[in-house]
Design a protein around this ligand. Structure first.
Ligand code: TRP
Length: 338
């Protein structure tokens, strides 16, 4: 292990609004399984953040804490190596958020590209829940409370890390020393995976995504429905690879890069039919998801085990986040009762 790896602390998280899908897996999820071997890693079940645009459905947010935890365990996040914790069980994060809110302007929050996109996508207009507008500050609290230096996230999250570092610099300046550390976003090489129909990004609403828990039949059907090249009618016709969802998934999940390159060339030339192409992807996905689904089912049969993983992880995380909060309170010179 390099000195750098030893020193770096990794934090990632997922909003608990639904079980995870292949987009999450290609994004940061599968990286976390590797990173836990070389780094100190924390993974946050971000239920409080999920509430910022789901306050009308707290039930969904609560139920999905366990669903996402199952996904983590299923893909091989090992609770002996990675601390898995529940955001709402860490009150220090809420307190840090309150303190950090004084180091951010509303104008800056409204300019945050991630927030801007999300406000548009959700049709909030001016009726933005204040908690939603401020969730980047809460995420800054998450990241800094663990003193994370590396945050593996999708590219849509990069502006959140930038905003976190601005808060870090301001708080440190106010305190007069570096109580907080800056973090670096690590963005996966494979860009965001498209939905099955190729029109949008995958969502947790399930109909346009392949869930990690998908049955063999669901996988088969999803691949069958994938958008390819609408002008590629006969196998012998030349086809287009760009915008072809099947190729995006092969790029993300087929370990044999040379074969994928060959398939692309063949498709462009003509002579590779959609049925054969989809058959290849289905084989790759069935092979990849079978062990994940098995582990998920096994863990789901033992909810007490999963709960204990979360209890233990959250207990450990509580000590760490409380310590950071204490340092910030002292650094800012808040009133001390004892
Ligand atoms: N914003 C992330 C998402 O939408 C979830 C998240 C919450 C997170 N806190 C985090 C990610 C801290 C990285 C670090 O999925």
């Amino acid at each position: 292990m390099s000195a750098l790896a030893e020193k770096s602390v990794i934090l990632t998280g997922d909003r608990t609004t639904g079980p995870l899908h292949l987009g999450h897996f290609a994004g940061s999820l599968r990286n976390r399984v590797k990173l836990q071997e070389t780094h100190r890693q924390f993974v946050l079940l971000a239920d409080t953040q999920a509430l910022t645009d789901n306050a009308h459905d707290p039930d969904k947010v609560r139920r999905n804490v366990l669903e996402v935890a199952l996904d983590y365990l299923a893909v091989g996040i090992d609770p002996e190596k990675t601390t898995i914790c529940v955001q709402s069980g860490l009150p220090a994060l809420a307190e840090l958020t309150m303190l950090y809110l004084n180091f951010v302007t509303v104008a800056r929050l409204e300019r945050n590209p991630t927030i801007k996109d999300e406000i548009r996508a959700r049709g909030f207009g001016r009726d933005i829940p204040a908690g939603f507008l401020c969730y980047p500050v809460a995420q800054a609290a998450d990241i800094t409370a663990f003193k994370a230096t590396v945050v593996p996230v999708g590219e849509d999250q990069a502006p959140l890390i930038e905003q976190t570092n601005e808060i870090v610099r301001r708080v440190n300046k106010q305190v007069g020393r570096n109580v907080l550390v800056e973090a670096e976003a690590v963005i996966p090489r494979v860009g965001r995976l498209p939905s099955i129909d190729g029109k949008t990004k995958m969502s947790k609403s399930q109909s346009n995504a392949i869930m990690l828990s998908a049955s063999p039949d669901e996988i088969r059907q999803a691949v069958h429905q994938m958008y390819t090249d609408p002008n590629h009618l006969r196998a012998s016709d030349p086809g287009t690879v760009e915008g072809n969802v099947v190729f995006r998934y092969l790029e993300a999940f087929d370990e044999n890069e040379a074969t994928v390159a060959e398939l692309k060339a063949q498709y462009r030339r003509g002579g590779l039919g959609d049925v054969a192409l989809k058959q290849r992807l289905e084989t790759v996905l069935q092979h990849m998801l079978a062990p994940i689904r098995e582990r998920r089912t096994a863990c789901a049969r033992d909810p007490e085990y999963v709960l204990n993983v979360l209890r233990e992880g959250t207990r450990r995380a509580r000590a760490i986040t409380e310590a950071t909060l204490q340092e910030v309170r002292l650094g800012l010179g808040l009133f001390l009762l004892d």
